[in-house]
Design a protein around this ligand. Structure first.
Ligand code: MN3
Length: 202
């Protein structure tokens, strides 16, 4: 069973008024994400030992294996983008109560959480991701990973939010201004309802 590109949970112009234009979403979802899925399916078709495995199982099976880095990169990017589309929202930016309480408990304040997240997202040199995860001890922490890696591959815990900081994610909307893209995400696009559901399910 081949992996498939999931449909966006909103229309491609749904985020335009909030800082992510239709062209960004069309290129990012229809071209970039599709390319990862196509490449992953090609690798799996050529490797019987990967067939029948779930996406999570493939990531865990090939991580750290230099010879299988192309499989890891494309599987990781498929996983990351599935999450990413779900943590963007046309009604983003509002933090529901249960999550807000937990953020205040673990970071001290919402502002500190946002500062930590901005620091991680802007200090990730080159391509990668910034994450809000529930770590194995039950505490919310901000992390970052390079290229196609993610909290699953690095045993960081349960992922609540992930922000793509590859240039293709923000260059049409924010050009070189990654910090503005991150701030806009946290204030206007982040689907904290989704993050709270992940927290509740953990
Ligand atoms: Mn991307």
């Amino acid at each position: 069973m081949a992996f498939e590109l999931p449909a966006l949970p909103f229309s491609t112009n749904a985020l335009a008024a909030r800082g992510m234009c239709q062209e960004t979403l069309e290129l990012h979802h229809d071209k970039h994400h599709q390319a990862y899925v196509t490449a992953l399916n090609g690798f799996v078709a050529a490797k019987p030992e990967l067939q029948g495995k779930s996406l999570d199982e493939i990531i865990l099976a090939v991580r750290g294996d230099a010879a299988l880095a192309p499989v890891f990169n494309n599987a990781g990017q498929h996983w990351n983008h599935i999450l990413f589309w779900n943590n963007l929202s046309p009604k983003g930016g509002a933090i529901p109560t249960k999550l807000e309480t937990k953020i205040k408990e673990d970071f001290g304040s919402v502002e500190t959480f946002k500062e930590d997240f901005k620091k991680a997202a802007t200090s990730q040199f080159g391509s990668g991701w910034a994450w809000l995860v529930l770590d194995p001890s039950g505490k919310l922490v901000v992390t970052k990973t390079a290229n196609g890696s993610n909290p699953l591959a690095e045993n960081q815990g349960t992922t609540l939010l992930g922000l793509d900081v590859w240039e293709h994610a923000y260059y049409l909307d924010f050009r070189n201004r990654r910090p503005d893209y991150v701030t806009n995400y946290l204030d206007k696009l982040a689907n904290y309802e989704f993050a709270e559901a992940q927290l509740s399910a953990a």
